[in-house]
Design a protein around this ligand. Structure first.
Ligand SMILES: Nc1ncnc2c1ncn2[C@@H]1O[C@H](COP(=O)(O)OP(=O)(O)OP(=O)(O)O)[C@@H](O)[C@H]1O
Ligand SMILES: [Mg+2]
Length: 245
Protein backbone atom coordinates (compact mmCIF):
# COMPACT_ATOMS: atom_id res chain seq x y z
CA UNK A 1 0.00 0.00 0.00
CA UNK A 2 1.30 3.45 -0.91
CA UNK A 3 1.20 6.54 1.29
CA UNK A 4 -0.48 8.37 -1.56
CA UNK A 5 -2.05 7.15 -4.79
CA UNK A 6 -3.70 9.14 -7.54
CA UNK A 7 -5.50 7.47 -10.41
CA UNK A 8 -6.76 9.33 -13.47
CA UNK A 9 -7.20 12.63 -11.65
CA UNK A 10 -8.64 15.39 -13.81
CA UNK A 11 -9.60 18.99 -13.12
CA UNK A 12 -10.83 21.76 -15.34
CA UNK A 13 -11.05 25.48 -14.57
CA UNK A 14 -13.36 27.22 -17.01
CA UNK A 15 -12.16 26.39 -20.49
CA UNK A 16 -8.77 25.18 -19.25
CA UNK A 17 -8.22 21.48 -18.71
CA UNK A 18 -5.58 21.83 -16.01
CA UNK A 19 -5.12 18.17 -15.06
CA UNK A 20 -5.65 15.49 -17.68
CA UNK A 21 -5.57 12.17 -15.89
CA UNK A 22 -2.79 12.22 -13.34
CA UNK A 23 -1.42 8.93 -12.03
CA UNK A 24 0.97 9.26 -9.14
CA UNK A 25 2.20 6.79 -6.51
CA UNK A 26 4.18 7.92 -3.49
CA UNK A 27 5.58 5.10 -1.36
CA UNK A 28 5.66 5.12 2.44
CA UNK A 29 8.67 6.95 3.81
CA UNK A 30 9.61 8.26 0.42
CA UNK A 31 10.66 11.83 -0.36
CA UNK A 32 9.05 12.48 -3.69
CA UNK A 33 9.51 15.67 -5.69
CA UNK A 34 6.98 17.00 -8.18
CA UNK A 35 8.54 19.17 -10.84
CA UNK A 36 7.27 20.75 -14.03
CA UNK A 37 6.98 24.07 -15.84
CA UNK A 38 4.95 27.03 -14.58
CA UNK A 39 1.24 26.41 -15.01
CA UNK A 40 1.66 22.63 -15.36
CA UNK A 41 -0.93 22.08 -12.62
CA UNK A 42 1.32 21.22 -9.64
CA UNK A 43 -0.37 23.48 -7.07
CA UNK A 44 -3.77 22.47 -8.42
CA UNK A 45 -2.84 18.86 -7.73
CA UNK A 46 -2.02 19.80 -4.12
CA UNK A 47 -5.42 21.54 -3.88
CA UNK A 48 -7.10 18.31 -4.91
CA UNK A 49 -5.07 16.09 -2.57
CA UNK A 50 -5.56 18.39 0.42
CA UNK A 51 -9.27 18.86 -0.25
CA UNK A 52 -9.25 22.54 -1.18
CA UNK A 53 -10.83 21.60 -4.48
CA UNK A 54 -12.46 18.47 -5.85
CA UNK A 55 -11.29 16.51 -8.84
CA UNK A 56 -13.74 16.29 -11.74
CA UNK A 57 -12.74 12.68 -12.17
CA UNK A 58 -10.31 10.15 -10.77
CA UNK A 59 -9.45 8.81 -7.33
CA UNK A 60 -7.11 9.87 -4.56
CA UNK A 61 -6.17 7.54 -1.69
CA UNK A 62 -3.94 8.07 1.34
CA UNK A 63 -2.77 4.94 3.15
CA UNK A 64 -5.24 2.95 1.14
CA UNK A 65 -8.16 5.10 2.31
CA UNK A 66 -10.15 6.98 -0.29
CA UNK A 67 -9.90 10.74 0.35
CA UNK A 68 -11.23 11.92 -3.00
CA UNK A 69 -13.07 15.20 -2.51
CA UNK A 70 -12.77 15.07 1.30
CA UNK A 71 -12.52 18.57 2.81
CA UNK A 72 -9.27 19.74 4.48
CA UNK A 73 -10.54 19.25 8.01
CA UNK A 74 -11.24 15.59 7.23
CA UNK A 75 -7.73 14.90 5.98
CA UNK A 76 -5.73 17.15 8.30
CA UNK A 77 -4.69 14.28 10.52
CA UNK A 78 -3.41 12.36 7.54
CA UNK A 79 -1.62 15.14 5.74
CA UNK A 80 -0.19 18.60 6.33
CA UNK A 81 0.29 21.04 3.51
CA UNK A 82 2.19 24.28 3.01
CA UNK A 83 1.17 26.81 0.41
CA UNK A 84 3.14 28.38 -2.42
CA UNK A 85 2.13 31.75 -1.03
CA UNK A 86 2.77 32.12 2.65
CA UNK A 87 -0.23 31.47 4.87
CA UNK A 88 0.71 32.23 8.45
CA UNK A 89 -1.63 33.87 10.99
CA UNK A 90 -0.35 37.44 10.80
CA UNK A 91 -2.15 38.54 13.96
CA UNK A 92 -0.64 35.80 16.09
CA UNK A 93 2.88 35.64 17.43
CA UNK A 94 5.42 33.37 15.80
CA UNK A 95 5.25 30.99 18.74
CA UNK A 96 1.45 30.93 18.76
CA UNK A 97 1.41 30.06 15.07
CA UNK A 98 3.51 27.01 15.91
CA UNK A 99 1.41 26.24 18.99
CA UNK A 100 -1.69 26.12 16.80
CA UNK A 101 -0.03 23.63 14.46
CA UNK A 102 1.28 21.54 17.35
CA UNK A 103 -2.11 21.68 19.07
CA UNK A 104 -3.77 20.36 15.94
CA UNK A 105 -1.31 17.51 16.07
CA UNK A 106 -2.00 16.79 19.71
CA UNK A 107 -5.75 17.33 19.84
CA UNK A 108 -6.63 13.81 18.78
CA UNK A 109 -4.87 12.54 21.89
CA UNK A 110 -5.70 15.20 24.46
CA UNK A 111 -7.83 12.80 26.39
CA UNK A 112 -5.17 10.23 27.07
CA UNK A 113 -2.35 12.65 27.83
CA UNK A 114 -1.89 14.19 31.28
CA UNK A 115 -0.14 17.34 30.22
CA UNK A 116 -1.10 18.16 26.66
CA UNK A 117 -0.18 21.84 26.97
CA UNK A 118 3.38 21.03 27.99
CA UNK A 119 3.72 18.67 25.09
CA UNK A 120 2.30 21.23 22.68
CA UNK A 121 4.62 23.88 24.06
CA UNK A 122 7.64 21.64 23.81
CA UNK A 123 6.81 20.76 20.24
CA UNK A 124 6.25 24.41 19.30
CA UNK A 125 9.52 25.49 20.92
CA UNK A 126 11.48 22.72 19.28
CA UNK A 127 10.17 23.81 15.88
CA UNK A 128 10.86 27.45 16.73
CA UNK A 129 14.53 26.60 17.26
CA UNK A 130 14.63 24.37 14.21
CA UNK A 131 13.42 27.13 11.89
CA UNK A 132 15.83 29.64 13.42
CA UNK A 133 13.18 32.04 14.75
CA UNK A 134 13.76 31.66 18.49
CA UNK A 135 14.63 35.33 18.83
CA UNK A 136 11.40 36.32 17.07
CA UNK A 137 9.12 34.10 19.16
CA UNK A 138 6.96 36.93 20.50
CA UNK A 139 6.83 38.95 17.29
CA UNK A 140 3.58 39.11 15.32
CA UNK A 141 3.96 36.87 12.28
CA UNK A 142 2.83 39.75 10.04
CA UNK A 143 5.96 41.67 11.04
CA UNK A 144 8.42 38.99 9.91
CA UNK A 145 10.43 39.38 6.73
CA UNK A 146 9.24 37.39 3.74
CA UNK A 147 11.92 34.73 4.20
CA UNK A 148 11.11 34.46 7.90
CA UNK A 149 7.43 33.98 7.05
CA UNK A 150 8.38 31.23 4.63
CA UNK A 151 10.39 29.54 7.36
CA UNK A 152 7.44 29.83 9.74
CA UNK A 153 5.10 28.46 7.10
CA UNK A 154 7.36 25.44 6.79
CA UNK A 155 7.48 25.07 10.56
CA UNK A 156 3.68 25.07 10.73
CA UNK A 157 3.47 22.19 8.27
CA UNK A 158 6.24 20.26 9.99
CA UNK A 159 5.03 20.86 13.57
CA UNK A 160 2.00 18.67 12.96
CA UNK A 161 2.54 14.96 13.23
CA UNK A 162 0.80 14.17 9.98
CA UNK A 163 2.49 11.19 8.33
CA UNK A 164 2.22 12.77 4.88
CA UNK A 165 3.65 16.24 4.23
CA UNK A 166 2.97 18.28 1.10
CA UNK A 167 5.22 21.29 0.56
CA UNK A 168 4.63 23.73 -2.28
CA UNK A 169 7.92 25.43 -3.23
CA UNK A 170 9.27 25.62 0.32
CA UNK A 171 12.49 27.40 -0.65
CA UNK A 172 10.96 29.97 -3.05
CA UNK A 173 12.04 33.49 -2.15
CA UNK A 174 14.84 32.32 0.13
CA UNK A 175 18.50 33.13 -0.40
CA UNK A 176 21.02 30.31 -0.74
CA UNK A 177 21.86 30.11 2.97
CA UNK A 178 18.18 30.17 3.99
CA UNK A 179 17.32 27.54 1.38
CA UNK A 180 20.13 25.27 2.56
CA UNK A 181 18.91 25.52 6.13
CA UNK A 182 15.30 24.90 5.06
CA UNK A 183 16.32 21.81 3.10
CA UNK A 184 18.23 20.40 6.05
CA UNK A 185 15.18 21.04 8.22
CA UNK A 186 12.87 19.36 5.72
CA UNK A 187 15.19 16.37 5.50
CA UNK A 188 15.39 16.02 9.29
CA UNK A 189 11.72 16.55 10.07
CA UNK A 190 10.40 14.28 7.33
CA UNK A 191 12.55 11.36 8.43
CA UNK A 192 10.20 8.41 8.81
CA UNK A 193 7.35 10.33 7.18
CA UNK A 194 6.32 10.69 3.57
CA UNK A 195 7.05 13.89 1.67
CA UNK A 196 5.68 15.20 -1.59
CA UNK A 197 7.39 18.46 -2.46
CA UNK A 198 6.93 20.85 -5.38
CA UNK A 199 10.22 22.56 -6.06
CA UNK A 200 11.75 24.53 -8.91
CA UNK A 201 15.31 24.59 -7.56
CA UNK A 202 16.89 21.59 -9.24
CA UNK A 203 19.81 21.41 -6.80
CA UNK A 204 17.27 21.10 -4.01
CA UNK A 205 15.22 18.51 -5.92
CA UNK A 206 18.16 16.31 -6.80
CA UNK A 207 19.61 16.42 -3.29
CA UNK A 208 16.32 15.83 -1.45
CA UNK A 209 14.24 13.47 -3.53
CA UNK A 210 14.30 9.67 -3.59
CA UNK A 211 12.10 9.82 -6.67
CA UNK A 212 10.83 12.57 -8.94
CA UNK A 213 7.66 12.90 -10.97
CA UNK A 214 7.45 15.33 -13.84
CA UNK A 215 4.14 17.05 -14.54
CA UNK A 216 3.79 18.65 -17.95
CA UNK A 217 0.51 20.17 -19.21
CA UNK A 218 -1.58 18.28 -16.67
CA UNK A 219 0.02 14.83 -17.07
CA UNK A 220 2.81 12.99 -15.31
CA UNK A 221 5.21 12.26 -18.16
CA UNK A 222 7.84 10.45 -16.09
CA UNK A 223 8.56 9.12 -12.61
CA UNK A 224 11.92 7.83 -11.48
CA UNK A 225 15.06 8.27 -9.46
CA UNK A 226 16.92 11.57 -9.83
CA UNK A 227 19.45 9.85 -12.11
CA UNK A 228 16.73 8.35 -14.30
CA UNK A 229 14.88 11.67 -14.56
CA UNK A 230 18.07 13.51 -15.40
CA UNK A 231 18.72 11.05 -18.21
CA UNK A 232 15.13 10.95 -19.52
CA UNK A 233 14.95 12.41 -23.00
CA UNK A 234 11.27 13.43 -22.82
CA UNK A 235 11.90 15.23 -19.56
CA UNK A 236 14.94 17.03 -20.89
CA UNK A 237 12.98 18.21 -23.89
CA UNK A 238 9.88 19.20 -21.97
CA UNK A 239 11.43 20.72 -18.95
CA UNK A 240 15.08 20.39 -18.12
CA UNK A 241 16.28 21.58 -21.51
CA UNK A 242 17.01 25.08 -20.33
CA UNK A 243 18.25 24.07 -16.90
CA UNK A 244 21.85 23.22 -16.15
CA UNK A 245 21.93 19.70 -14.71
N1 LIG B 1 -8.79 28.29 -8.63
C1 LIG B 1 -8.50 28.41 -9.92
N2 LIG B 1 -9.32 29.03 -10.79
C2 LIG B 1 -9.04 29.14 -12.09
N3 LIG B 1 -7.91 28.67 -12.66
C3 LIG B 1 -7.03 28.05 -11.86
C4 LIG B 1 -7.26 27.89 -10.46
N4 LIG B 1 -6.22 27.22 -9.93
C5 LIG B 1 -5.36 27.02 -10.94
N5 LIG B 1 -5.85 27.49 -12.10
C6 LIG B 1 -5.18 27.43 -13.41
O1 LIG B 1 -4.59 26.15 -13.53
C7 LIG B 1 -3.36 26.21 -14.24
C8 LIG B 1 -2.29 25.54 -13.45
O2 LIG B 1 -1.99 26.32 -12.31
P1 LIG B 1 -1.13 25.78 -11.10
O3 LIG B 1 -1.07 26.88 -10.10
O4 LIG B 1 -1.63 24.48 -10.65
O5 LIG B 1 0.28 25.58 -11.80
P2 LIG B 1 1.70 25.25 -11.16
O6 LIG B 1 2.23 24.04 -11.85
O7 LIG B 1 1.61 25.21 -9.69
O8 LIG B 1 2.57 26.51 -11.64
P3 LIG B 1 3.74 27.33 -10.89
O9 LIG B 1 4.98 26.54 -11.07
O10 LIG B 1 3.79 28.63 -11.61
O11 LIG B 1 3.34 27.48 -9.45
C9 LIG B 1 -3.12 27.69 -14.52
O12 LIG B 1 -3.50 27.95 -15.85
C10 LIG B 1 -4.02 28.39 -13.53
O13 LIG B 1 -4.45 29.63 -14.00
MG1 LIG C 1 2.34 26.31 -8.16
Amino acid sequence: MNALELHGVTRRYGATQVLRGVDLHVAHGERHALIGPNGAGKSTLFDLISGRARPDDGRIAANGIDITGKPPQRVSRTLARSFQTTSVFGGLSVLDNLRCAALGAASSRLIDRWRPSRKVDARAHAMLDAIGLAERAGELAARLTYAEQRALDLGIALATDAPLILLDEPTAGMNRAEATRALALIRATTEGRTLLVIEHDMDAVFSLADRISVLVRGRVIATGTPAAIRANRDVREAYLGGVAT
